[in-house]
Design a protein around this ligand. Structure first.
Ligand code: XLS
Ligand code: CA
Ligand code: CA
Length: 437
């Protein structure tokens, strides 16, 4: 059964093309800095936004018009699986990602829910085998059902905690069954609204215990996916525990979990935390924790998680710059955790939006490669910190300096001379590079 009959396989046609159903920059086999674009970018489609989402918002029901609308229940779940593989083939994306509840409906009991999941997982497995498409990551939705009103692994109620554990146990089994390359923990409702009724210390200790159990179980069943935590500062709770990369890393270090996890960083979550995406990537990278990326963008004028398709070249350029400098995305990938706007309700918009995101990332990759090849930023940074390579600076870096030796130096070093950071000039140079590739 075909769901996207009117769209063929999206091809690379290059910059001159005016075909909206073609890539102008994403040329999967083009080699950039020794790797193909496909290897650098490792794109993934987010099942929830693309096949499960219906375009509802807090003020109205869904607007999306989809060829699978006529189904319901398990038939709908099965239709979405078929649509997913047809879409992955036509858009030429190698990976996809899902939450357990995106792919199959909940039953009346956990047993029934797991049964529904098993049916769909075996269908996914068959489709993966015949198409060669792969699972970048799966995760557990522990935030939609009302039982998770006060969180899952940080719930106030041990029965909920146990349910969440059962759900993650199943999620790890599903990940193993489908050969997932990563397993994601996004904090859902792991956070709180008010300290007045919250035992923060217990909740965080319980969260760490939960992660320990997940690590132990993955080991027990031989599931060797990379474990990822996805930070987000707020929404749905006011204070999400995994606020940003730095907070999450501190948590992992405190509980001795730092060598067991990496981070799945999302652009929109970075900006909600008051950071740029590149800041979050740099923080993860310098701590050896860059795992995977959720590619999207927020809206400067809105204070919530809008999950828009990434179309900001400046941001994708700096993102890819950070990724390449960090040595690549490894077992992670670039997952479009992005949804078409409520007003973009036609099926074709799913293609057009992914093309926009993929072309914007491919363009950013080319610009980042040029920035690196020409050592534009490297030479500026090297020059800016040159005082740490000789004399007193070299003593500081080597650990030879003491407060006394620095005082002795400072007393005779008058006046101190700083140099301009030349931000504006650098930004114009980046603009020129972006428009030259
Ligand atoms: C929500 C998150 C979520 C995770 C996976 O804001 O982005 O979708 O990526 O649970
Ligand atoms: Ca995300
Ligand atoms: Ca998000």
């Amino acid at each position: 059964m075909a769901y996207f009959d009117n769209v063929g396989k999206i091809q690379f046609e290059g910059k001159g093309s005016d075909n909206p159903f073609a890539f102008k920059h994403y040329n999967p086999q083009e080699v950039v800095l020794g790797k193909t674009m496909e290897e650098h970018l490792r794109f993934a489609v987010a099942y929830w936004h693309t096949f499960t989402g219906e375009g509802s918002d807090p003020f109205g029901v869904g607007t999306a018009v989809r060829n699978w609308d006529r189904y319901s229940g398990m038939d709908l779940a099965k239709a979405r699986v078929e649509a997913n593989f047809e879409f992955l083939d036509k858009i030429n994306v190698p990976y996809y990602c899902f939450h357990d509840r995106d792919i199959a409906p909940e039953g009346a009991t956990l047993q029934e829910t797991n049964k529904n999941l098993d049916v769909i997982v075996s269908m996914l497995k068959d489709n993966m085998a015949s198409s060669g498409k792969k699972l970048l990551w799966n995760t557990a939705n522990m935030f939609t059902n009302p039982r998770f009103v006060f969180g899952a692994a940080t719930a106030v109620n041990a029965d909920v905690y146990a349910y969440a554990a059962a759900q993650v146990k199943k999620g790890l089994e599903v990940g193993k069954e489908l050969g997932a390359e990563n397993y994601v923990f996004w904090g859902g409702r792991e956070g709180y609204e008010t300290l007045l009724n919250t035992d923060m210390a217990l909740e965080l200790d319980n969260l760490a215990r939960f992660f320990q159990m997940a690590i132990a179980y993955a080991k027990e069943i031989g599931f060797d996916a990379q474990f990822l935590i996805e930070p987000k500062p707020k929404e749905p709770t006011k204070h999400q525990y995994d606020f940003d990369a730095a907070t999450t890393i501190a948590f992992l270090q405190k509980y001795g979990l730092a060598d067991k996890f990496k981070l799945n960083l999302e652009a929109n979550h970075a900006t909600l935390a008051g950071h740029t995406f590149e800041h979050e990537i740099r923080v993860a990278a310098i701590n050896g924790m860059l795992g995977s990326l959720d590619a999207n963008q927020g809206d400067l004028l809105l204070g919530w998680d809008t999950d828009e398709f990434p179309t900001d070249l400046y941001s994708t350029t700096l993102t890819m710059f950070e990724v390449i400098k960090a040595g690549g995305i490894g077992r992670g990938g670039i997952n479009f955790d992005a949804k078409v706007r409520r007003g973009s309700f036609e099926q074709d918009d799913l293609f057009l939006a992914h093309i926009a995101g993929m072309d914007t990332y491919a363009w950013g990759l080319k610009a980042a490669a040029k920035l690196i090849e020409e050592r534009v930023l490297d030479s500026i940074v090297e020059e800016r910190y040159r005082s740490f390579r000789e004399g007193i600076g070299a003593d500081i870096v080597s650990g030879k300096a003491t407060l006394a030796s620095l005082e002795q130096y400072a007393l005779q070093n008058n006046p101190i001379k700083n140099e301009s950071g030349r931000q504006e000039r650098i930004k114009l140079m980046i603009n020129e590079i972006i428009y030259s590739v």
